[in-house]
Design a binder for this molecule. Structure first.
Ligand code: PEP
Ligand code: CO
Length: 465
């Protein structure tokens, strides 16, 4: 990953150490929600000990480079694109699936860079997004009750007793699969896969018959012309565009797993979660006095906080005070996920609370998690129309409340799945039965993702005018 190019000598990112009353295991003194119950505690301890000895997945200087980029996004100089699967699975750790996921994110970022006229911070929900919060600890089918599936990090999705018992060996497997994913992503990115001079490499075959193909080809053609123009007048290659930064993120849910990857780095201040660049706290584990907030308080990574309709002004202010007492730039990303029916009611007050409070944050919109519904046949889906409405409202509400929307967080895949309805091809409830592959939340498919990127560009332009 091309990290060196991102250093800014006038960075506002401060060197603040982890708090003196904190340690990587201090979360264990607080109530921890959404944790797996392992029947064999000795096996768990052995796996965690091994995990703590394994090399990290990311480095502290990459994490700090991301903090700098987030600080710049806070100043309106960058836009964040965070996207990937709701839940990664070990079975999906294959060359084509990883390549396609990276492709769609790069293509979306290309549309955004070109349309917004600013650099994009690319963050994948990948290389570690293996743990899921569940609404119930147990699942019952035909009178049989078993522990719920909590993601490949914890157990397996098959509905058998053996599959559902939390297995500590999966923690090591998840680390290995994350490393394999990361290794492949790094090689693709460093090897010129993201070279904007060769966007023809990026095309997926079906783009040729997509209703959006023309608009996308026009965009890449116009980008190519701008590049050739710049290279002609400067007489130089636009070298930095040959390589891109790419960061990883996941929900830091399983605290023993996160703790084992939380390390101190020589000549660096504080503790870092070296299992990912950008961990986030989900809505269900954002309790002020809970273990997750305690864990996040001490790590030096930039952190995401999901902000749902249930989070009120005083809760948000208290979270900011606890997680960013020194008001550091580039540290807090608030990811709002209100739902299209709640956003107008809930978001303005929270924006005003943050403005009044003065704590620096970057706001980004997750227009998906608040819009999950079930079809008449009981299939979990999201309507593209509602996702777009929430996205558009997010831009308008920030503008009207003296704030700025600095990015987007989407659940998506590079495959041609049918999990969300609508979009340019107008997928129907009936279509959902065709290629419905997610094990957890419905994702935008390749075409819907690209369409969303283009719609963001349009909305951004309208909002600015
Ligand atoms: C998620 O991002 O997959 C998730 C569970 O988020 P939230 O906590 O916003 O529902
Ligand atoms: Co999800």
């Amino acid at each position: 990953m091309n990290i060196a190019a991102t250093k800014d000598p006038v960075s506002p990112v401060q060197e603040v150490a982890s708090p003196a009353d904190w340690s990587p295991e201090s979360w264990q003194n607080f109530p921890a929600l959404q944790q797996a119950t392992y029947p064999d505690q000795e096996a768990l301890a052995r796996a965690l000990g091994k995990l703590a000895d394994l090399p990290p997945l990311v480095t502290s200087w990459e994490i700090l480079a991301l903090r700098e980029q987030i600080a710049e996004a806070q100043q309106g100089k960058r836009f964040v694109l965070q996207g990937g699967d709701c839940a990664e699975s070990f079975a999906d750790c294959t060359s084509p699936l990883i390549t396609n996921r990276l492709k769609v994110l790069l293509q979306m970022s290309l549309a955004l860079v070109h349309g917004l006229q600013m650099p994009v911070v690319r963050i994948g929900r990948l290389a570690g997004q293996y743990a899921k919060p569940r609404s119930s600890d147990f699942e019952t089918r035909d009178g049989v009750t078993l522990p719920s599936y909590r993601g490949d990090l914890v157990n397996s999705i098959d509905f058998t007793e053996a599959a559902r018992i939390p297995d500590p060996e999966l923690l090591l497997k998840a680390h290995a699969y994350s490393a394999m994913t990361m290794n492949f992503v790094r090689s693709l990115v460093d090897g010129g896969f993201a070279d904007v001079h060769h966007t023809e490499y990026w095309d997926l075959s079906w783009l040729d018959h997509s209703p959006l193909a023309d608009e996308f080809h026009k965009l890449t053609e116009s980008l190519g012309q701008s590049l050739r123009f710049m290279e002609t007048i400067t007489g130089r290659d636009v070298g930095s565009l040959r390589r891109v930064d790419f960061f990883t993120s996941h929900e830091a849910l399983h605290l023993h797993f996160e703790q084992a990857q939380t390390r101190q780095v020589p000549r660096q201040w504080g503790w870092f979660n070296l299992g990912t660049h950008f961990p986030w706290i989900g809505m269900r584990t954002a309790d002020l006095d809970g273990a997750h907030v305690e864990y996040f308080r001490g790590i030096r990574n930039p952190i995401g906080i999901k902000v749902g309709p249930g989070l009120d002004r005083s809760w948000l202010e208290a979270l900011l005070e606890k997680l960013n007492p020194q008001r550091e730039f580039g540290r807090i990303v608030l990811i709002h996920r209100m739902g299209e029916t709640n956003i107008e009611d809930k978001l303005p007050g929270l924006i005003r609370a943050v403005n009044d409070n003065g704590s620096p944050v970057l706001w980004i919109a997750d227009p998906m998690h608040g819009n999950t519904e079930s079809t008449g046949d009981g299939i979990k889906t999201r309507r593209f129309r509602k996702i777009k409405i929430e996205m558009d409202l997010a831009f308008e509400i920030h503008r009207d409340n003296h704030s700025r929307l600095g990015g987007v967080h989407l659940e998506l895949t590079g495959e041609n799945v049918t999990e969300c309805t609508g979009g340019a091809r107008d997928l129907s409830d009936e279509d959902l039965k065709r290629e419905y592959r997610t094990t957890v939340d419905p994702r935008l498919n390749y075409e819907q993702s690209l369409e969303m990127a283009m719609l963001i560009v349009r909305k951004h332009a309208q909002n600015a005018s």
